[in-house]
Design a protein around this ligand. Structure first.
Ligand code: ADP
Ligand code: MG
Length: 261
């Protein structure tokens, strides 16, 4: 199995077709009742790729990434994560969830647990790590997101930006191979957006495979190796950031970019 490099320069390494496939989505269709929310989605993500998913509100971005760790079910198509096919088998779902970390717009921290407890809960319960080892690992990741001094506080004692960094640290404590972000900065005041994006940039530089739904087009330009544009449940267009922003092909993408840039 290829080692994930901690060399910051690895972010510019080849993550094209020669890299191992991290996520393979084929022929994915999902309906909410009669509403066809995902329409024949095909997407291959290679290890080390940093993909930004953009698109108007309601285009199915959240639904798509929530399908990857089975927070949503779907009616047809296949999703294979790191060689394991997502099926209704709970063993497969648990395996995939243990490899895929997720951060949401509203942080979703456990309000009644301290920052440290938020970070150690899953490693202790799911990974069966000892409390002591889980706490050492949690402090390591809290240092990484630059808030080790907040370890004994409760989420509501922290700023939004700090809470989101705790959420990232908490996800990292499970040693995920892939991180999914769903608009992680959308609920934040402007002055806190940068501290969260900086944390995400650092993760990308370390070679983490990332799928990020975000409206932060500066982040997309800087970090993504591929930008995917979704509209009405479909992937309309995807390209390297340079081509995506400077030379969009479809009229829908052009219209979207004219509104967000
Ligand atoms: P996005 O993240 O791109 O804004 P979503 O994936 O959240 O889009 O939603 C896509 C569409 O599906 C929207 O029209 C939304 O109203 C609808 N939708 C989302 N979740 C549900 C649900 N649980 N039940 C019914 N419709 C939903
Ligand atoms: Mg959404």
């Amino acid at each position: 199995m290829p080692q994930r490099s901690s060399d910051a320069t690895s972010s510019t390494a080849d993550v094209g077709p020669s890299a191992k496939v991290a996520i393979q989505i084929s022929g994915l269709n999902k309906w909410y009742g009669k509403f066809h929310v995902l329409r024949d989605i095909n997407l291959t993500v290679h290890e080390g790729e940093r993909i930004v998913i953009a698109g108007p509100s309601g285009s199915g971005k959240s639904t798509l990434i929530r399908c990857i760790n089975r927070l949503e079910q779907y009616q047809s198509g296949r999703i294979i994560v790191d060689g394991t096919e997502l099926t209704s088998d709970t063993k497969n779902i648990d395996k995939i969830r243990s490899e895929v970390g997720m951060c949401f717009q509203n942080f979703n921290l456990f309000p009644h647990l301290t920052v440290l407890e938020n970070c150690t809960l899953a490693p202790i319960k799911v990974r069966k790590v000892s409390r002591k080892d889980a706490e050492v690992a949690a402090m390591h990741f809290l240092e990484k997101v630059k808030i080790p001094e907040q370890a004994d506080k409760y989420p509501d004692q922290l700023s939004g930006g700090q809470q989101q960094r705790v959420a990232i640290a908490r996800a990292l404590c499970m040693k995920p191979r892939i991180m999914l972000f769903d608009e992680p900065t959308s609920a934040l005041d402007p002055e806190m957006i940068k501290e969260v994006l900086d944390t995400m940039i650092e993760l990308a530089e370390e070679g983490m495979t990332m799928l990020c739904v975000t409206h932060e087009m500066g982040f997309a330009r800087k970090v993504a190796n591929r930008v995917i544009f979704m509209d009405e449940g479909q992937i309309v267009e995807q390209d390297e950031p340079e081509a995506f922003f400077n030379n969009p092909k479809s009229e829908r993408t052009k219209l979207f970019l004219s509104q967000v840039l």
